[in-house]
Design a binder for this molecule. Sequence first.
Ligand SMILES: Nc1nc2c(ncn2[C@@H]2O[C@H](COP(=O)(O)OP(=O)(O)OP(=O)(O)O)[C@@H](O)[C@H]2O)c(=O)[nH]1
Length: 296
Amino acid sequence: MPHDPAETTQRTLLSSGPHRTTPRSACVVVIHGEGLGRRADVEDAPVLVGRSHESDLVIAHKSVSREHCRIWRDGDDYRLRDLGATNRTRVNDRGVEETVLSDGDHIVVGESILKFISQTSVEARYHEEIYQLATHDMLTELYNRRHFIEMADKEIARALRHQRPLALCIIDVDLFKPVNDRHGHIAGDEVLRRIAALLGQHVRSEDIAARIGGEEFAVLLPESDGGVASHFAERVRQAIAAATFAPGGESRRITVSIGIATLSEARANRPSLMAAADAALYRAKDGGRNQVCVET
Ligand SMILES: Nc1nc2c(ncn2[C@@H]2O[C@H](COP(=O)(O)OP(=O)(O)OP(=O)(O)O)[C@@H](O)[C@H]2O)c(=O)[nH]1
């Protein structure tokens, strides 16, 4: 059954991870205070830094304005503009309205400090590694629970603001304990990895897929209503049920149960959306497993 995530053991097996071979373009990384380790790449789109969930780099602290500052690329330069923040943005200890950033600049946003790292900096690779470790589940290479929650909050805020549909699927492996008991944890891990890979084959680039518990996955589907989400979930369910798993070399059928909930006036935040998807998941388990249920 779905279990308390607090009890979930995150297994940190060594993995090459979803690392990119080259560093991304310039980025800002929080190196002190609220949001420590969080980063945002400054690519073609400007980066909004602020307390609002819709910011590209969210720093959820009262010392930070909802829209604190913006960083963008301007030809070969990178520029920062303060957006009228109550605590004016400071760069290298100097209050700024607008300035050109240089590699290594310290940007003070409320009580947090960000570091600007240009694309040529070797340090960018280091932060890339740290970022991957902080946001991804090492076993499956999907997002981890913490990052999923952060992204879900952002997507929910965006969907509510623009009155767009949004659906959440929670996917739980059926009777996984006997798989572990019979074949051992390492074989069980291989099954989880395979399920994650199958999931990856069905998600769109805008969907957010994560491992949120031991044998529990979540997929957030922006711009999707219950019908679209059901169709997606049914395809995932069938693909997993039809796949060949051979934990410990023994052929075995693996199935999943899936609960779906959509954003609505009654479910206008992440906890209630997740609780509704969980309730649907319980019904799917209760109904005999290997099925999809939608919370209406
Ligand atoms: N191999 C492996 N097993 C895990 C991991 N995290 C949790 N588990 C196992 O997943 C199993 C979950 O079992 P239960 O919650 O009892 O549920 P279930 O057997 O899947 O049965 P239902 O959910 O009712 O269909 C437990 O045996 C956990 O030890 C992990 O990272 N790797």
